[in-house]
Design a protein around this ligand. Structure first.
Ligand SMILES: *Cc1c(COP(=O)(O)O)cnc(C)c1O
Length: 224
């Protein structure tokens, strides 16, 4: 793809996000987080040059190396992967904008301890396993709201901002929609939650129509 083709291609993705959000409401703003896990720093720079500021990675090591390499650019970095306890300090040293995938109480307590030591606050989403898939992390929908409240109460250094979920792994639109509806309905009831992170390359328009206000786009933003 040459530069002009690339711009036309990216414009089309942005337009799709825009159309989907306006179908919800003119007042529904959706943030795009570009998931750069399969991309080089040069590809990130190309996207930055047409205005994209927020990037996400799913491995702490990659988050560290890419954010270091691109230090001179005013980017914000999200961590969207599942966090192992032995990587907590490494993540905190990067001080990401948002951690999307808090998926157990045990991790919450460990994270709280390390945050307290460093006297830091971390903006965080809980991950919900709305489609109840064994291959996926996250809290079951039935206990998500009560767990959210418990973390809010017990972990003052974890600043909960909302929820994250991955749509059901299915070709059937109705099944994917149901998983987004479940996540959105939990999100709506949470005290003070403002971020509903759902929608990836294959299902972001549907996710937005179901109420998502943050989409995590990888392959569709980094054409190969
Ligand atoms: C990789 C990844 C994405 C982006 O996936 P695409 O299908 O390439 O858009 C979004 N969220 C998470 C948690 C990921 O790991």
């Amino acid at each position: 793809m040459n530069e002009i083709e690339y711009k036309i291609y990216i414009d089309d993705v942005i337009r799709r996000v825009e159309y989907a959000r306006v179908r919800v409401s003119g007042h529904h703003i959706v943030k795009i987080v570009a998931i750069s896990k399969y991309s080089t720093t040069q590809e990130i720079k190309n996207l930055y040059n047409i205005g994209q500021r927020a990037y996400g990675e799913n491995k702490v090591q990659d988050l560290k190396s890419k954010s270091n390499e691109l230090e001179e650019l005013p980017l914000e970095w999200h961590f969207v992967g599942n966090l192992q306890k032995n990587k907590i300090n490494n993540l905190l040293n990067i001080n990401p904008t948002l951690f999307h995938a808090l998926d157990s109480l045990e991790l919450a307590y460990e994270l709280q301890k390390k945050l307290e030591v460093k006297d830091m606050i971390l903006d965080t989403l809980i991950q919900i396993n709305s489609a109840k898939e064994e291959s996926k992390h996250g809290f079951m929908p039935e206990i998500a709201a009560q767990t959210y409240a418990k973390i809010q109460k017990d972990c003052p250094n974890i600043n909960l901002r909302g929820v994250m979920s991955i749509g059901a792994h299915s070709d059937e639109r109705a099944i994917v929609k149901e998983s987004f509806d479940i996540t959105y309905n939990i999100y709506k009831e949470l005290d003070g939650a403002t971020i509903c992170s759902m929608g990836m390359s294959g299902d972001y328009e549907l996710a937005i129509e179901c109420g998502s206000n943050m989409v995590r786009l990888g392959s569709v933003l980094f054409p190969k």
